[in-house]
Design a protein around this ligand. Structure first.
Ligand SMILES: [Zn+2]
Ligand SMILES: [Zn+2]
Length: 571
């Protein structure tokens, strides 16, 4: 869905340039809303356009739909071309500076003619920022620091890398006396796949004491700002952390506000308004009286909504569902009974089968599938037919030994070859319990070739699960070109399960695809693809992603007891 990304980016640039130009705030907001909406789509925007349904997408009216069509046809939007001429600012360059948004960029551009990082640096060195409206010494030095961050380009971090760092800091903060509670907010609390910076909120009365302790913690490399109730630091890993101290009576409101996302919050504030209430980061108020705000639940309740789990708060239908009492009952880690896609040292894993099984038993799994790579994937030491047969025999013996109190399933991660053929002979495939089919080669195939290739593979009677269906590696490699609607349709006809690969760099399917898969009535397998024992813990990231995709327990096959699991895979 590379086109979705390009379209979203073009619309966002329009929004930013309009905002910098400062003439039409409302128009700017509507382009931003449309861009976010497209980013969350579970379908190729080209398909939606072909059906003439662009205006059905939330936030897209006729005017923006026309612009999208023009972009898809010509690669250009006239408004964007004109805006770039009128406002020659490299928005993406300047946006990469932490805390610098359209307002600041607009000021710098209009007053000083700043258009990019170089001209901003020149203006800084010449002392021109001093004396500008709203530019205190602190802000200026923050911008100077921020330029370094923008240059380093270290703007996003995988959830799995950010989370342990955030948790460690939260734990240390919680141990300070006077701290009632400390929690992570922001995109990390929403369990986004990648994180920009980390927001931590502390409920405490003596803010200055907390700030002193925080900036002195050993993980902290730089203090960017230290204020009475808010500080920003950079950790040794290069992550930016914002810490806010809130009073107890506003803690829930602050948590709600700083968890976001913006569209979710805007809609909540509008609902509050219709009820004659005012919602902000300090609480929910009727006239000057606080109605709610100490806890998040109280706010949702007072607005007539069921409590919305943080993972859903992106204005993708969750508010309407909460109004109607129709929020999904999201899957939990405890619901998982086994892992169906794992490796050992027989292909490119790092641990022996015994070591992997020991680790799986620790998780109280009822079943566990060993699914090493097949022969054509020579780089991963893939197994040929003889090797797989030997492995099958070995697993039969392990099961017979009763050493592990769970069912060991015989599997393989079978490569999908150039024309959709499978990388093992039928006689061998026939003896396996669970077969996961994956693309590991020719990832630059055209959309049509890739779609036909995968769909052909799914038609095999040996296709149980489609592994990491779009092949992306977060922050590294985009998904390959493929028509997921066709894939879902073919999977549906052939009873093939979609994998949600829980590896933190994959999280494949993405949220849009998960919701689309659900619409198709497809079932999902959440698997870690572990290559070493510690990676069995990746299951939690799969669960986070599943929850973001509105996935419930009954959607997921590895929540089933062993017998039902095997029954569900039958053709
Ligand atoms: Zn794979
Ligand atoms: Zn794998």
């Amino acid at each position: 869905m590379t086109k979705n990304r390009e379209v979203a980016q073009a619309l966002e640039e329009i929004s930013l340039l309009l905002q910098i130009e400062g003439k039409d705030k409302f128009k700017s907001l509507s382009y931003a809303r449309a861009a976010r909406s497209i980013t969350g789509l579970g379908e190729d925007i080209e398909n939606i356009r072909d059906r003439g349904e662009l205006t059905n997408v939330p936030g897209i009216g006729k005017a923006i739909a026309d612009k999208i069509e023009s972009f898809l046809d010509t690669g250009e939007i006239k408004l964007l071309v004109e805006l770039r001429e009128r406002v020659p600012v490299k928005v993406w360059e300047l946006e990469a500076i932490p805390d610098v948004g359209p307002k600041t960029i607009s000021l710098l551009y209009r007053e000083l003619g700043v258009t990019d990082l170089v001209s901003l640096e020149e203006a800084l060195d010449a002392g021109k920022l001093e004396g500008l409206k709203g530019m205190g010494k602190k802000t200026i030095s923050k911008i100077a620091d921020g330029i370094k961050i923008a240059r380093a380009g270290a703007s996003r971090t995988l959830l799995a890398e950010a989370m342990p760092i955030a948790n460690r800091l939260v734990e240390r903060l919680s141990r300070i006396s006077d701290v009632n509670q400390a929690v992570v907010a922001g995109s990390l609390r929403r369990r986004r796949e990648t994180i920009g910076d980390i927001d931590i909120l502390v409920d405490a009365s003596k803010a200055s004491k907390i700030m002193d302790a925080f900036v002195g913690m050993e993980d902290i490399a730089d203090v960017l700002v230290k204020g009475p109730t808010k500080s920003s630091v950079r950790t040794k890993d290069g992550l930016r952390i914002d810490l806010r101290v809130l009073p107890t009576e506003s803690y829930g409101a602050g948590l709600q506000y700083f968890t976001g996302n913006i569209d979710h919050n805007v809609k909540l504030r509008a609902i509050a308004k219709t009820k004659g209430l005012l919602l902000n980061e300090y609480g929910l108020f009727r006239n000057d009286e606080q109605v709610a705000g100490q806890g998040e639940e109280g706010i949702y309740d007072a607005l007539g909504l069921d409590y919305i789990p943080p993972e859903l708060r992106e204005d993708m239908g969750e508010i309407e569902a909460a109004q109607e009492g129709k929020l999904p009952k999201l899957i939990k880690l405890e619901d998982i009974r086994g892992d169906l896609h794992t490796h050992t040292d027989q292909s490119d894993g790092k641990n022996t089968i015994d070591e992997m099984l020991d680790a799986a038993v620790e998780k109280d799994y009822e079943y566990y599938c060993v699914s090493d790579h097949t022969q054509s994937l020579t780089i991963a030491n893939g197994m040929d037919e003889a090797h797989v047969l030997k492995r099958i025999e070995e697993i039969d013996e392990l099961n017979a030994s009763g050493r592990w109190k769970m069912k060991i399933l015989k599997g393989a991660e079978v490569d999908i070859l150039a024309h959709g053929e499978l990388d093992l002979d039928d006689s061998v495939l026939d003896q396996l319990d669970i077969i996961t089919l994956s693309i590991h080669s020719r990832m630059k195939d055209t959309k049509q070739v890739m779609t036909e290739r995968v769909c052909h593979a799914l038609e095999s009677k040996y296709a149980h699960i489609l592994g990491h269906p779009t092949g992306r590696l977060l922050l590294k490699r985009p998904e390959f070109e493929i028509d997921m609607e066709k894939v879902f349709e073919t999977a549906r006809h052939n009873n093939v399960v979609m994998e949600l690969n829980a590896h933190p760099q994959r999280l494949d399917l993405n949220v849009g695809n998960l919701r689309a898969a659900k619409r198709w009535g497809l079932r999902i397998a959440i698997n870690t693809d572990a290559h070493r024992t510690g990676e069995l813990d990746y299951m939690q990231y799969g669960i986070f992603q599943a929850r973001r995709g509105w996935v419930e327990k009954y959607d997921v096959i590895n929540t089933l007891p062993p017998k039902e699991l095997m029954k569900s895979l039958r053709k």
